[in-house]
Every structure is written in structure tokens, then in C-alpha cells.
Design a protein around this ligand. Structure first.
Ligand code: NAD
Length: 500
């Protein structure tokens, strides 16, 4: 039976793609194709960028207060439709409904932050920078911005981007992951219902063809990306070579350092959620525990006991802790990593391979997996697995733990579990990672702080949301003013003006 085909969203309405190429959107809990998504062509991207370009002058000149009122209405609609968006995210991604609702909420909080646009967009002013001379700066929008997003947060990650760009007076073309396109299309409809003028926000689902069209389009001024590290690097280099401003967030291998004085039940509970929530498909998932001194034995025993109690099943079933992973291909890749861990000599404490969920035999399930005695030369340490696989490395001291974390090329998030203020203070000071938790397992900053990693987890200079998001989507202009009647100083000299 043919499946419904999703539209593109261009200039405030659903339109059909002209590409003739379609991809299946699958429910990972059943393995069934639920709908199809067009893979936008270069011509589709051109029409979306043209709509965004045409909408820009009027939107740029709309006062920040008016923009903020539309964003506030959008926030209200998102709150009302949170269950619907969570259901779409869960259906296409596989995560539990409760987890999906939480991630939608974190996205809504970014919209809430942008409601303060009139305040956030204020520049600086200084009187008398010279005699009779004043200076002020303005934050101005940059034009058409593009966003390219991953499969693992169908609503939240797009909301790290487009509400901020639009609050700043830009227009936007979003290319969501072709695996989870429905939330983005629904959010576009809700934004229109909130009063957003046509063309300000456009959605073009697609693959590499659509991405490449955006990266090289002369009318796209800035590109925001979230996804895996190799693609992030490609996006950064390609978009920058076309003269665009870029922020490209990549993959992760997040370590939790557990000190011998850490309260172990609290720590084990925290690590369970961080490792296995969303089946480990979170950029801030804790995938690696670094157990210091004699913390390891007791901690591993507690993790094993908890992992064995997790309920695995479809994300929309009550009582389920962990849903499937995104695709059959990804499941097989994760299983391949588990095989390699065994072959390379790690101790497999809990094995998630071969799990069957009754009634969902075709779903893409991997059970919670725990490895102990992992070393840094093993593939399961070196690569991002992005699945429900937690590995434990053992070290002798905090020094060794810090040096191990700092030697890893990824640097998105990390956490330390300890009751020692001194150890925590040293850790936060010396660790070379963008987001740090102290007894907090997934330290995702709130919308009014910025989100971003270091090293191979982010290419570019500015993080997402918070003030860094505002700076990314604006250009600063500094204006120096002198009025002849209040300043009698002559300016006929050829010498560099010092104003004073
Ligand atoms: P991905 O890199 O495969 O895809 C991300 C986006 O890029 C998608 O829209 C996809 O269509 C597009 N894309 C894929 N291959 C491309 C190519 N060759 N050329 C151009 N575009 C391409 O990532 P994913 O599998 O969707 O998401 C999982 C990854 O995202 C993980 O590595 C995870 O750590 C990372 N992630 C990072 C963060 C962060 O904040 N750092 C947040 C969420 C996810």
C-alpha cells in the first residue's frame, strides 16, 4: 500500500517537491514504513531560499517587539501541541514519549528565550568617547540563514537554531534529517498560525543534494549544523569556502569521572539515565565511565543490576524505559561495535545483542550493554557508538582521569561525580571540554546559556543559543557620531583621529 508523502514547506505553504526522489520514514519500533519524505532537489532549495530572501526586507524591518509577540504566540502553540510533537518525535525516532516530551520542552525553552528579543538585541552606547563624540553599536540581522539537523532530536535541535535566527530579524531555511522530518514541518505550520509572515521560515527535507545546494547558495549568509563529526567538518569547510558564517556541531564521546568518594547509588542512577536514555542516541549521552581508584568494582555491580532491570520496548508503551535505535543499519553497526569489544578483550558485563521484544520482532532493538576493563586503544573507546553501550575504564588517580579525558579528540560534555569540592574545582578548571557537569550527568545548558563542545565536537567559533546564538545570527555595526554644533574641533588633519 502506498504511504503518505510529506510536502516541503515554502513561502508559508505546503508544496510538492519537484525532485522525484523519495525516502522512507520508518517507525523504528515496528520496522514499518509509515510515510515517505521528498529529498529536495537544488531547484527546491532555490525556491525556498528565494522565498526567504524575498521575505527578509520586511521581516528585518519588523520591530523586535512585534517579532517577539509572534514568538510568544508560537511558544503558546508549541506548549499546546507538545504531546503531538512528542508523539511525532517518538514515532519517527523511537524514544519514549516521556523522553520526547522532555526534549520538546527543552526546545520550547529556546523559543521562550527569544521572546526577550528586544532586550537581547540591544547594542552598547558610550557617551564622549572623544570630545563631543559618542559611539554606539547595533546588532543587525544577516539575511537568509540555513540549518541542517540530525535525527536524534527531531524538534529540539531545530529549535536551537530557527527561533533565534528569526528573532534576530533573519529568515530561515531548515533542512531537517530525512529520517525524522515531521516535527519540523508541523512546527512550520504552527509558526504560521502564530502570525509569522510567509517566507520567513521554510523547511526542505532532503539529503546531501539539498545540503550541498544550501552550502554553495550565494544568497545563504550563515549555516548552522548539528550532526556527526565528519559531516560537521565537511559543512564547516565547504560553507566557509563559500564565504558563509558557520557553526557546525559534531559528535561526542562523553566521559563521566567517578571519584572513590562519590555516593555510588546516586551516581549509578544518574549514569543509567545518561547512558541508556534515548537508547544512547544523545550527543550528551554518557558513553564512557572513568572509575578512579577503588570506585570501579562497586559501581560496575550497581550499573549491571540496574541495566538488567530496564524495560525495553516501543516508545509509546507505558512503563518502557528504552526504545529502539533509529534503523536496522544502525542497530547492526552497534552490534558490530559490541562484537569488536569482545574480540579486543574488554569484559562484557551485560550483553544487549539479540534482544527480542514480543510483538515487535521487526523493531530495531539493542538492549543495554555494559563493558568493564576497557582500554583506550579499543575501537569501542575510540569511536562514537551512539547506542545503548556504556564502557568503563579504570584509572588510579584524578590526574590520570583528567589526562585521559583531555586526550580524547571529542569534547562535547563531561561530568565528575564526587563529594570533594577540591576535586570538582580542579576538574572544571583543567578539563578541556565545552560543557561540564558536577554531579550532573547530562549538563545541557539552559536556553539562556550557550550549548557547544570543543575540539572535534564543534567547528566554528560560536555556540548555539544563549547570547552566542544571538551573536551568531547578527552582525555588529559600530557608529561613531559627532554633531558639529556640539563640537568645535576641526577634523582637517590627515593624522589618524584619536578623538580625545
Ligand atoms: P549525520 O551527520 O549523519 O546527519 C546530520 C545531517 O547532515 C542530516 O540532516 C543529514 O541529512 C545530513 N548529512 C548526512 N550526511 C551528509 C553528507 N555526506 N553531506 C551533507 N549532508 C549530510 O548525523 P545523524 O546520524 O543524523 O545524527 C547523529 C550524530 O549527530 C551523532 O554523531 C551525534 O553525536 C551528533 N549530534 C551532535 C550534537 C551536538 O550538539 N554536538 C547534537 C545532536 C547530535
Amino acid at each position: 500500500m502506498s504511504k503518505p508523502i510529506l510536502p516541503l514547506w515554502v513561502n508559508g505553504r505546503r508544496i510538492e517537491s519537484r525532485s522525484g526522489r523519495l525516502a522512507d520514514v520508518t517507525n523504528p519500533a515496528t520496522g514499518a514504513v509509515i510515510r515517505q519524505v521528498p529529498l529536495a532537489s537544488r531547484a527546491d532549495v532555490d525556491s525556498a531560499v528565494a522565498a526567504a530572501k524575498a521575505a527578509f526586507p520586511a521581516w528585518r524591518d519588523t520591530t523586535p517587539l512585534r517579532r517577539s509577540r509572534i514568538l510568544n504566540k508560537f511558544r503558546e502553540l508549541l506548549e499546546t501541541h507538545r504531546p503531538e510533537l512528542a508523539q511525532l518525535a517518538s514515532e519517527e525516532h523511537g524514544k519514549t514519549l516521556e523522553d520526547a516530551a522532555g526534549s520538546v520542552q527543552r526546545g520550547i525553552e529556546v523559543v521562550e528565550f527569544t521572546v526577550g528579543a528586544p532586550h537581547l538585541l540591544k547594542g552598547e552606547h558610550a557617551e564622549n568617547v572623544g570630545r563631543g563624540v559618542d559611539c554606539h553599536s547595533m546588532l543587525q540581522p544577516i539575511g537568509v540563514c540555513a540549518g541542517i539537523t540530525p535525527f536524534n532530536f527531531p524538534a529540539m535541535v531545530p529549535m536551537w537554531m530557527f527561533p533565534i535566527a528569526i528573532a534576530c530579524g533573519n529568515t530561515f531555511v531548515l533542512k531537517p534529517s530525512e529520517k525524522v522530518p515531521s516535527c519540523s514541518l508541523r512546527m512550520a505550520e504552527l509558526f504560521k498560525e502564530a502570525g509569522l509572515p510567509d517566507g520567513v521560515f521554510n523547511v526542505v527535507p532532503g539529503d546531501k543534494e539539498a545540503v550541498d545546494a544550501l552550502l554553495s547558495h550565494p544568497d545563504v549568509r550563515a549555516v548552522s549544523f548539528v550532526g556527526s563529526t565528519p559531516v560537521a567538518k565537511y559543512i564547516y569547510e565547504t560553507a566557509a569556502s563559500h564565504g558563509k558564517r558557520v557553526q557546525a556541531l559534531g559528535g561526542a564521546k562523553n566521559h563521566a569521572v567517578v571519584m572513590p568518594d562519590a555516593p555510588l547509588d546516586f551516581t549509578a542512577d544518574a549514569i543509567m539515565g545518561a547512558a541508556y536514555g534515548s537508547a544512547g542516541e544523545r550527543c550528551m549521552a554518557i558513553s564512557t565511565v572513568v572509575a578512579v581508584g577503588d570506585a570501579a568494582d562497586a559501581l560496575v555491580a550497581k550499573l549491571k543490576a540496574r541495566a538488567e532491570k530496564l524495560v525495553i520496548g516501543p516508545g509509546d508503551r507505558k512503563g518502557v524505559d528504552m526504545g529502539p535505535v533509529i534503523s536496522a543499519q544502525h542497530r547492526d553497526k552497534i552490534v558490530g561495535y559490541i562484537d569488536s569489544g569482545v574480540q579486543q578483550g574488554a569484559k562484557l558485563v551485560t550483553d544487549g545483542r539479540g534482544i527480542k521484544v514480543a510483538g515487535h520482532e521487526k523493531g530495531f532493538f539493542v538492549g543495554p550493554t555494559l563493558f568493564d576493563n576497557v582500554s583506550t586503544d579499543m575501537t569501542i573507546y575510540k569511536e562514537e557508538i551512539f547506542g545503548p553501550v556504556l564502557i568503563v575504564l579504570r584509572v588510579a588517580s584524578l590526574d590520570e582521569a583528567i589526562s585521559l579525558v583531555n586526550s580524547n579528540p571529542y569534547a562535547n560534555g563531561t561530568a565528575i561525580f564526587t563529594e570533594s569540592g577540591g576535586a570538582a574545582r580542579r576538574f572544571q578548571n583543567e578539563i578541556e571540554v565545552g560543557m561540564v557537569g558536577i554531579n550532573v550527568p547530562i549538563p545541557v545548558p539552559m536556553a539562556f546559556f550557550s550549548f557547544g563542545g570543543w575540539k572535534s565536537s564543534l567547528f566554528g567559533d560560536l555556540h548555539m543559543h544563549g547570547m552566542e546564538g544571538i551573536y551568531f545570527y547578527t552582525r555588529t555595526k559600530a557608529i561613531t557620531t559627532r554633531w558639529p554644533e556640539v563640537s568645535d574641533k576641526r577634523i582637517s588633519s590627515l593624522v589618524m583621529p584619536t578623538l580625545g
